[in-house]
Design a protein around this ligand. Structure first.
Ligand SMILES: [Zn+2]
Length: 379
């Protein structure tokens, strides 16, 4: 593969070294060399960053991209004062079931492209709007065309056409067997109004027995038992973590389970943000993701989530950027993305800014100038 020299990097964040200034790097599909812009080096091609900041591509470890329709009217109603309950998932379910594979595919393609333009080079994609054997498995087939990080979320909510008990049995049985060949992960929305801890344990244990790895939507709306279940099962990630007891925080801090915070959901439901500072100070590993979905968080922008985390969740810019890159990789148990150490995939972005702090300092501004994915410019 041809080599590419990126030189005159004003600020290079690799996460495997301290932040470098006046830096250069050589990549193929992987990072081959990192050092000073003034030391001699040669490559097949050269890109002059002209003093801009370079950092790893974002790892968005939580996104619901396979769906049809939108819920703009529900958002407007919520902003006019109606509370968020999660019930709108069934609205999207009906639209998703009615959509062809081609429509679902083009929706995912549009959102993945939107993400790339904003610096995301790895994305996890969940099912969860089909809620039938056929519609969940075709959702995952479509998702697997775009990423290897595919997640079976048949246990998103109970669909209106199946009784509750038999639905849990279906998800943990026939639906799981149809979906497992297309999925890496199994997930459950463990929450009041969705699935309780025992139901979540049943579904996750069944998924693990089929070779899938667990992750959980936990403690978004209430201080339930989702986080403790995540730690009990050594889940890669407990996602949301908005309402945590002291023992939840301690459990996360003494485990490998990442606390994935999704501030787009609190923003879009006008809810209190999770306390990132409390988790970080306790020693938990924190990641940030978009939760991109048509109901509670219709943003595909990791820079927006970084800005929220810094402004409203008391993360420092450096902590938020780590959480959106290396933290996301931890939440997917990946060591080949989310950093720019030697041997990592050459997934990175060049900003229209001299420092990565600008991602939070200049919210809403399209600062991602160039994006490299596995050594190829995709923007
Ligand atoms: Zn979610």
């Amino acid at each position: 593969m041809r080599s590419l020299l990126i030189t005159n990097i004003g600020e290079l964040t690799t996460h495997s070294d301290s932040v470098l200034t006046d830096a250069a790097m050589i990549v193929t599909d992987r990072v081959e060399w990192v050092g000073s812009a003034s030391s001699p080096h040669a490559a097949d091609e050269v890109f002059d960053a002209q003093g801009a900041a370079v950092l790893p591509g974002f790892v968005d470890s939580h996104a619901h991209l396979v769906f049809a329709g939108d819920r703009a009217a529900e958002f407007a109603a919520r902003m006019a004062g109606e509370p968020y309950t999660g019930g709108g998932i069934r609205t999207t379910m009906a639209a998703t079931r009615a959509a062809s594979d081609a429509v679902l595919r083009s929706n995912v393609e549009r959102l993945v492209d939107e993400m790339r333009r904003q610096g995301t080079t790895t994305v996890e994609i969940k099912s969860g709007y089909g809620l039938s054997v056929l519609d969940e498995s075709r959702s995952l087939r479509v998702a697997s065309e775009f990423t290897t990080e595919t997640t079976f979320l048949g246990a998103h909510v109970v669909p209106p056409d199946v009784p509750r008990d038999s639905y849990v049995e279906l998800v943990a049985g026939e639906m799981l067997r149809a979906c497992a060949p297309h999925a890496k992960w199994v997930d459950v929305f463990c929450e009041r109004g969705a699935f309780d801890v025992d139901e979540a344990r049943t579904v996750l244990a069944a998924g693990m027995a089929e070779g899938l790895l667990p992750r959980i939507h936990a403690n978004q709306l209430t201080e339930g038992g989702g986080v403790r279940l995540a730690v009990e099962l050594d889940a890669a990630s407990a996602d949301h973590c908005t309402h945590l007891s002291d023992s939840d925080v301690d459990a996360l801090a003494s485990s490998q389970t990442v606390a994935t915070l999704l501030p787009g959901a609190e923003f879009s439901t006008r809810s209190p943000y999770p306390d990132a500072r409390r988790l970080l100070d306790a020693g938990a590993t924190v990641s940030l993701a978009t939760d991109c979905n048509p109901g509670s968080s219709y943003t595909s922008s990791m820079p927006f989530c970084i800005a929220l985390a810094v402004r409203d969740m008391r993360m420092t810019p450096a902590e938020a950027i780590w959480a959106a890159t290396a933290g996301g990789a931890r939440a997917l148990r990946r060591s080949d993305v989310g950093h720019l150490g030697i041997g990592a995939y050459a997934d990175l972005m060049v900003l229209d800014a001299p420092s990565s702090v600008h991602l939070a300092y200049r919210p809403g501004v399209p600062l991602v100038r160039k994006v490299l994915h596995k050594g190829v410019w995709v923007r």
